[in-house]
Design a protein around this ligand. Sequence first.
Ligand code: SF4
Length: 176
Amino acid sequence: MNYETTGGSKQSSPQPDLSSIVKFAKLDELVALGRANSLWPLTFGLACCAIEMMAAGASRFDISRFGAEVFRPSPRQADVMIVAGTVNRKMADMVKTLYDQMPEPKWVIAMGNCAMSGGPFVNPDQYSVVLGVEKLFPVDIYVPGCPPRPEALIEGILELEEKITSHRRWPKVETE
Ligand code: SF4
């Protein structure tokens, strides 16, 4: 609005448009945004899929680009569990204990066919494998593959971000 005065040269300076740099949001949306962009995975792996998880953290795939590189050695400091590998029955109690020790809010990614459903160990005679980690605790994201590539795990991280914020940060790559 122009407040030009008559008989003088006084003129108010135009109000700067701050809409591009100042945003208003609900507090819980801001907290969710912070959580989604600074996921701290728990450091542990169970079998071959864990090698791909480690590769996702290394320089070629660089999961830190998505804010999820701070792998924590203690469940008390982690908010996402990436179950990477075969969950054997003799390990099930330990995995469940680690999950229980993580503070809320927490999320779980089942990485690979073993963690999703038992994978190649599903057969009538097997007795030692848990057929899907969802039998122990809730799973938020499933990343299929035997093993899934690091890019697939990164897509799982992005899906989890979307679940936390209800907003997709990066465009989805459509396969042909
Ligand atoms: S899904 Fe395949 S690669 Fe992953 S832990 Fe199971 S057997 Fe290994």
